[in-house]
Design a protein around this ligand. Structure first.
Ligand SMILES: Nc1ncnc2c1ncn2[C@@H]1O[C@H](COP(=O)(O)OP(=O)(O)OP(=O)(O)O)[C@@H](O)[C@H]1O
Ligand SMILES: O=P(O)(O)OC[C@H]1O[C@](O)(CO)[C@@H](O)[C@@H]1O
Length: 316
């Protein structure tokens, strides 16, 4: 009987459990045994490997986080450690490993594939920063959490006639900032480091804003200094809010539950077709498999149209 395994790696993302659920469902349908590796590559190196059963996954779709746990494991960047991990997979008879994670986890999966282990990547990160796919599991939930927070902060900013800078996650990418800024009708959106604080101040002054939110991607700056600049230049009290890890928790939205389940099942389909050096991607709203070395080369920027729309709407 074919044995496959799954691990979650990097920052957790809402919908990772749904992906595990989808993987289990398709593996069960195809008669594969599914093993769960706890805590990412660190768990693989500790041989922390358990066989998954229906009762382990039956109730997890609605849960944030990941039942397997995740980790960051810098030692996995070493070739000797990657060889050890591949030997462990072979010791347990695991022919193919599904890695649910972000771009860094994909790097690790690519290294494992070069050691002869079949790997399929499922894009699981709230950042949306994997170049070969239009969607990554967790993004929709993180944006909705940010929008709810921005709506709440906007109310109290207006009540007190003050500004509030809201710093959102995304690592070096500005997708969460752009989407949540537009959805939260921010007075200004600071999605990347191309925009300067002076430009934001000029914009707020030009459109005579005296209250409201300024959404800031963490990769573009920090809320505290941005708030100080705005308050100093415009003489309006300005608060700093860092959303941080609330964006990574809570129950996944329906989109992340369905995309997670779909992408997980699709990963097993790719293994069945022998496409086990591939990444599960969404392109033009369709699922597809992209060969891992090709997929890792692809990059993407924020949609220019959406960025322009953000600027347009923030002038209203
Ligand atoms: N270049 C690399 N070579 C081998 N393994 C890597 C490499 N980069 C990252 N990894 C492995 O993947 C793990 C997760 O990577 P990273 O911490 O960058 O998170 P990620 O997968 O990008 O997810 P997120 O961006 O959501 O945090 C690392 O801790 C490490 O074990
Ligand atoms: O979980 P850590 O290691 O603190 O990393 C935080 C980073 O992880 C992410 O949440 C996902 O990559 C980023 O948005 C954020 O910058």
């Amino acid at each position: 009987m074919k044995k496959i395994a799954v691990l979650t790696s990097g920052g957790d993302a809402q919908g990772m459990n749904a992906a595990i659920y989808g993987i289990f469902g398709r593996a069960q349908e195809l008669g594969y045994e599914l093993y769960g590796i706890r805590n990412g590559y660190a768990g693989l190196l500790r041989e922390d490997i358990v066989k998954l059963h229906r009762e382990d996954v039956r109730h997890i779709v609605a849960k944030g986080g990941t039942i397997l746990g995740t980790a960051r494991c810098d030692e996995f960047k070493e070739l000797s450690v990657q060889k050890k991990a591949a030997d462990i997979c072979r010791k347990y008879g695991i022919s193919d490993l599904i890695v649910i994670g972000g771009d860094g986890s994909y790097q690790g999966a690519y290294c494992l594939s070069k050691q002869g282990i079949g790997v399929v990547g499922v894009p699981g990160t709230i950042d949306l920063d994997i170049g070969c796919t239009e969607y990554t599991i967790g993004f929709d939930t993180a944006v909705n959490i940010a929008v709810e927070a921005i709506d709440r902060i906007a109310d109290t900013s207006e009540a007190h006639s003050c500004f509030s800078v809201v710093e959102v996650m995304g690592r070096r990418a500005g997708f969460i900032a752009l989407w949540s800024g537009i959805a939260g009708s921010a007075r200004a959106i600071f999605a990347d480091s191309n925009t300067t604080a002076e430009q934001i101040v000029d914009h707020l002054r030009k459109y005579h804003f005296t209250s409201g939110t300024i959404v800031l991607a963490e990769g573009a700056g920090k809320a505290e200094p941005m708030a100080e600049i705005i308050e100093r230049e415009l003489h309006v009290h300005t608060r700093a809010n860092v959303l941080a890890f609330i964006q990574r928790g809570g129950n996944p939205t329906a989109k992340d539950r369905v995309y997670g389940s779909m992408m997980g099942a699709y990963a097993v389909d790719l293994i069945k077709k022998g496409k086990n050096h591939h990444l599960v991607c969404v392109k033009h709203d369709e699922l597809c498999g992209v060969e891992i070395s090709e997929g890792m080369k692809q990059t993407k920027e924020c949609s220019a149209y959406l960025a322009h729309l953000g600027r347009t709407l923030s002038c209203i």
